[in-house]
Design a binder for this molecule. Structure first.
Ligand code: AMP
Length: 451
């Protein structure tokens, strides 16, 4: 499946996908969506970042849209269980996002916030309930929710549920579900307990798997250049001149910033085009076609606009600004090194962006090798070497072999726990709507590559 149009999804869903710039289904979506639409039970072996949320949310929304029966009081038609309040919030956001042109009632049942609001939200019944196991059990004990009318049940991140000691809670919840239901289970790995659970819980399931997404990052040569904010434009121009660039995708944090970069590059004789949310659909398509067909080599984009960019042969991703959401970094660099190719990801980091860099390095579990700007021979303003001590600079100017070695060494720690995920404190977990951020793993990189 190369396009979402081929699944036969309802028009309002397709409309929100195109607004989100989703063009090509990810492999887990291509495999799962038709099965869910055909009402099959599915076991999906997929990690976060592979697009698995949309893989179940889109067809379930479609099923809800097709049979518009109002939910019964205190009931839900679709129940999604996820291990953390953060992930639950993201899943709910996805349902609301993809279902924004449908009238879908949805609610979140997570710990750490008073139950009253959740009880009230459930009173009239909802179409979609996303819950963590502890809070759902609390609500069940308080007669605030009934599970006997559920049409579809999704157990997300089943192996993490096990790791976090939720397996008994899950069993209690499953015991209260109606026998006649559709069940989908997603897990990154399949320990024995989880495959046993799947046997008990699913009927004649179809198993879909996306290849584990190991070593993409190793094929991307990442580096960070510490540079004064005012020197960034000059540095970018220098890089674009000196690097062997086939196609470069340059990221800025704001739309205004993207336009500004286009103007400054034009002054340096480097033609570039920008793609962002203020451009009309026609303009975006024209710019993308120019980039895809090689008429323009440099594309400046914001994170949101870049989601829909499905262009092979991007040799360089350059972060003109570092993203303040560390997961966006993973998304960004995943635009290069596709289809087995090598890629280069360069980040220009000003002093005030150091905290963003630290967050990114924490998330990806490796230190990004740094290069001092002086090694690139760009004229520097006086106060340039913020925070870079001599040792760092020596290291930065050192032999490439060292940096490569360092990268290799650091990569071996890459699969550390995502430190941005909070562990739920069963029954009392906190959740803040404001602090929710999209969460991705290196898996993002892989699906982007494999599309
Ligand atoms: P997930 O694995 O569900 O956490 O999704 C990872 C990220 O990929 C989310 O930010 C989604 O918004 C994004 N995403 C999912 N499917 C697609 C797609 N087909 N095209 C572009 N972005 C996608």
């Amino acid at each position: 499946m190369n396009s979402f149009n081929e699944f036969g999804l309802a028009e309002p869903i397709l409309r929100s996908l195109s607004e989100e710039f989703y063009i090509t289904p990810t492999p887990i979506q291509a495999q799962t969506i038709p099965l869910v639409l055909a009402l099959r039970d599915v076991v999906g072996i997929a990690q976060t970042g592979t697009g698995k949320t949309a893989a179940f949310a889109l067809p379930l929304l479609n099923l809800l849209a097709k049979s518009r029966v109002p939910p019964q009081p205190k009931c839900c038609r679709v129940l999604v269980l996820s291990p953390t309040r953060e992930l639950s919030g993201q899943i709910l956001d996805s349902f609301r996002n993809y279902g924004r042109h449908l009238r879908v009632r949805s609610a979140l049942a997570i710990g750490g916030v008073p139950m009253g609001r959740q009880v009230r939200a459930l009173a009239g019944g909802v179409d979609v309930l996303v819950a963590t196991p502890g809070r759902l059990l609390d609500l069940m004990q308080n007669n605030a929710v009934r599970l006997d009318r559920i049409e579809a049940f999704v157990l997300d991140e089943a192996d993490r549920m096990l790791d976090m000691g939720f397996i008994h809670d899950i069993r209690k919840i499953i015991a209260r579900l109606p026998a006649r239901r559709q069940t989908l289970m997603f897990s990154a790995t399949m320990p024995k307990v989880i495959s046993q659970l799947a046997e008990q819980m699913l009927k004649d399931p179809v198993r879909v798997a996306v290849t584990p997404v190991a070593s993409t990052a190793e094929r991307i040569a990442q580096r960070v250049i510490h540079v004064d904010r005012n020197a960034k434009a000059g540095m970018l121009a220098e890089l674009l001149r000196t690097e062997r660039i086939d196609r470069a995708l340059v990221f800025t944090r704001t739309k205004h910033g993207a336009d500004k970069v286009v103007r400054t590059l034009a002054k340096s004789g480097l033609p570039a085009e920008a793609i962002h949310g203020n451009k009309s659909q026609n303009q975006r398509q024209r710019v993308l076609a120019n980039f895809r067909e090689g008429r323009v080599r440099i594309l400046i984009a914001t994170d949101i606009a870049a989601r829909g960019i499905d262009v092979e042969g991007i040799s360089h991703v350059i972060n003109f600004d570092l993203p303040n959401i560390p997961e966006s970094y993973v998304h960004r660099i995943g635009r290069t090194a596709r289809a087995g190719a090598e890629g280069v990801a360069i980040s220009l980091c000003s002093h005030d962006e150091r905290p963003f860099l630290r967050d990114i390095e924490k998330l990806i579990g490796m230190a990004i090798p740094s290069v001092g700007q002086e090694s690139l021979q760009v004229p520097q303003p006086a106060q340039q070497r913020h925070g870079q001590n001599r040792r760092q600079q020596r290291k930065a100017n050192g032999k490439r072999g060292f940096r490569d070695k360092q990268r290799h060494k650091d990569n071996s720690h890459r699969h550390q726990t995502n430190q941005h995920r909070e562990q739920p404190q069963h029954g009392s977990d906190r959740h803040s709507e404001q602090t929710r951020t999209p969460r991705h793993d290196f898996a993002d990189v892989a699906f982007m590559r494999s599309r």
